[in-house]
Ligand binder design. Structure first.
Ligand SMILES: [Zn+2]
Length: 173
């Protein structure tokens, strides 16, 4: 059975997600497996809870596309970003057929909790770093297609964790 994702322009995608309490309850554990299943089914490399209808600060990721080694990131927080950035074209499972040019930090350090509530701190590069920044945007109600000039209203979807550089829009169009 095909898992239905929340899709643009559904306003639900614009809501900010809430912290996940520990220990995880059964429902949340099942939700994580469900998210991984949805991600693989739709051939994505990352998927946030909001995309399957839950306002929870967590996402799954598997940039290897191996379909068996996904990681789950709960209550994630980017604690360091490289100065070096790279602009690339991004797609989103919640916005099929659309893409956005987004400038992302090449390297980030992410603090997060695993399924047992254990705090981890890891460095991610390149595609994984881009994917994490994309999923982190979902937790704040932001989409990669918003970065295209004029698509995003800062006042309408205010967030505390977004920094000025994340709002840099294409100026050459
Ligand atoms: Zn997305």
């Amino acid at each position: 059975m095909q898992i239905e994702l929340v899709k643009y322009p559904d306003v639900f995608l614009r809501s900010a997600s809430n912290n996940v309490p520990f220990p995880l309850d059964d429902k949340t554990s099942r939700l994580i497996k469900f998210m991984a299943k949805a991600m693989y089914q739709h051939h994505g490399i990352g998927l946030a809870a909001i995309q399957v209808g839950y306002q929870l600060r967590m996402f799954v990721m598997d940039c290897s596309r191996s379909q068996e080694s996904y990681k789950v990131f709960i209550n994630p927080e980017i604690i360091e970003k490289s100065i070096e950035t790279l602009r690339d074209n991004e797609g989103c499972l919640s916005a099929p057929g659309k893409t956005g040019d987004v400038r992302r930090h090449i390297r980030i350090i992410l603090k997060y909790q695993d399924e047992n509530g254990k705090e981890e701190k890891k460095t991610f590069y390149n595609l994984e770093s881009r994917c994490i920044q994309h999923e982190m945007d979902h937790l704040e109600g932001k989409l990669c297609i918003d970065y295209e000039k004029g698509n995003y209203s800062r006042d309408k979807h205010k967030s505390q964790t977004m920094v000025e550089s994340d709002f840099r829009v294409k100026s050459d169009t």
